[in-house]
Design a protein around this ligand. Structure first.
Ligand code: UDX
Length: 441
């Protein structure tokens, strides 16, 4: 089709698989490249290796149409002129800094293939300064290829819609003609979103890299701010939900991302704010980000408070108590258990002697693989049977919609803790349950 671009996507994890499938759905010719043969085989057969609404259908459509292919061959996309780098940048073991080995490997793999006029487009979240270094490596090998830094802001569970209809497009480009040409090519890649009026910020590499970590730091700060207010509410008898509603009406503040509860987890916010602090330290400006250390501690304290609350409603001890934990994923509509607050609370209670059973609509296989010492159950009714306490720690719609009357005959005691402030307290209390939540009376 008119304006179609031939592209490769290096790294087919969360970001890459969604990006590749979404780009193919726009009519581009896409080859996804990954070192993991099992993942490549699954994607190539039109199946998603993880749970993400809408992704499966795009994979089926693209692979059937032949516009979306996957390969383990690093040279498997000879026709591609735009190369997206979508590999992960996990937290380094025992450190706060990001591990850049996958980025370095992806670049090393791309370098010998670059042709004049090609674009390398960095989407991975990296410590500021990485793009500048990659641009130098490229210049030494193929000076007529250009690097663009184009951060990705997708949320898990909404990854396809966020990719196809982003809030904004950010391009970090070099100055001069090469930069202008790069903007024109990326404008073709994102023609549909731009035509729909998506705001665009064209800037330098440094700013583009910072935008991503700044955005995630702000979101994490917003969550920890309201969770700090929840601590105040707990100490004073205030109600953090009404407080959030009231301050959220101020358009300068806004109500979104002010949901108090167990706090943030997942593969992005926790590791991104830690890597940002580590990078600031290297740059000699660690003081500028010391507040993020506080954001991180407030967040971790919520998990401790949740366990304390479980103890409080269990007459002072959870030892030997049967506790059902509803939710294992770090958030609903995802099977991702990376840094999951729910699993961290479940593990703490189990370590402290409680008899914990964890259930989740999607994440049980991933959770069981990562937490072999915890007990998992896929069936909700079995998970809650004879529970003396039920904890809702991930706000899946099916948990939010739970009918107290259905649950009552299954459990040993009608006590429920709402770790996400997602249930209706009046409904549970009217059904005779003891209902407690974080940050509310
Ligand atoms: C986040 C950013 O939103 C996204 O823009 C970026 O690209 C990647 O990181 P994601 O990790 O998918 O996306 O999840 P998000 O929806 O942001 O939620 C993060 C965590 O914060 C979850 O654990 C969620 O439960 C928690 N959260 C979110 C709150 O505790 N309160 C809120 O008000 C919002």
């Amino acid at each position: 089709p008119h304006g179609a671009v031939s592209m490769s996507v290096v790294g087919c994890g969360y970001l890459g698989a969604v990006h590749a499938a979404s780009m193919a759905s726009l009519g581009h010719d896409v080859v996804g490249v990954d070192v993991d043969a099992a993942k490549v085989a699954e994607l190539a057969s039109g199946r998603s290796p993880f749970f993400e609404p809408g992704l499966g259908a795009l994979l089926v459509d693209g692979t059937r149409a032949g516009t979306l292919r996957f390969t383990t061959d690093p040279a498997g996309a000879p026709g591609a002129t735009v190369h997206f780098v979508c590999v992960g940048t996990p937290q380094r073991r025992g450190e706060n800094a990001a591990d850049l080995r996958h980025v370095d490997a992806a670049v090393a793999q791309l370098l010998p293939q670059l042709k004049p006029g090609d674009l390398v487009v960095g989407k991975s979240t990296v410590p500021v300064g990485t793009a500048e270094r990659i641009a130098e490596q490229m210049a030494a090998v193929e000076p007529a290829a250009t690097l663009v830094w184009n951060p990705e802001f997708l949320r898990e569970g909404h990854a396809v819609e966020d990719t196809l209809s982003p809030d904004r497009l950010v391009y970090g480009v070099p100055e001069g003609a090469a930069g202008e040409r790069a903007v024109a090519v990326l404008d073709r890649v994102y023609a549909k979103a731009l035509a729909a009026g998506t705001p665009q910020v064209v800037t330098d590499y440094t700013t583009a890299q910072l935008v991503k970590v700044a955005a995630n730091s702000f979101l994490a700060t917003k969550i920890s701010f309201i969770n700090a207010m929840a601590e105040l509410c707990e100490a004073t008898g205030g109600d953090v939900i009404q407080l959030a509603d009231a301050i959220g009406h101020d358009a300068r503040i806004g109500r979104r991302f002010l949901n108090a509860g167990l706090g943030f987890g997942g593969g992005c916010l926790p590791k991104d704010i830690r890597a940002f602090m580590a990078r600031a330290g290297e740059l000699g400006v660690d003081q500028a980000l010391t507040f993020l250390r506080e954001v991180d501690s407030i967040n971790m304290r919520r998990r401790v408070r949740m366990v304390d609350l479980a103890r409080e409603v269990s007459s002072g001890s959870i030892v030997g108590r049967r506790i059902a934990v509803l939710g294992a994923a770090f958030k609903p509509h995802s099977d991702d258990v990376r840094d999951s607050p729910a699993l961290s609370v479940a593990a703490q209670m189990s370590l402290q002697g409680a008899d914990v059973v964890v259930t989740d609509p999607q994440a049980v296989p991933n959770a069981a693989a990562k937490w072999p010492d915890l007990v998992f159950e896929t069936d909700l009714a079995t998970a809650v049977r004879d529970a003396e306490l039920v904890l809702v720690l991930t706000e899946w719609p099916e948990y939010v919609a739970l009918d107290p009357a259905w649950l009552t005959p299954l459990v040993a005691r009608t006590r429920i803790l709402d770790g996400r402030n997602a249930l209706d307290p009046a409904r549970w209390r009217a059904a005779g349950w003891t209902y407690r939540a974080l940050g509310r009376r």
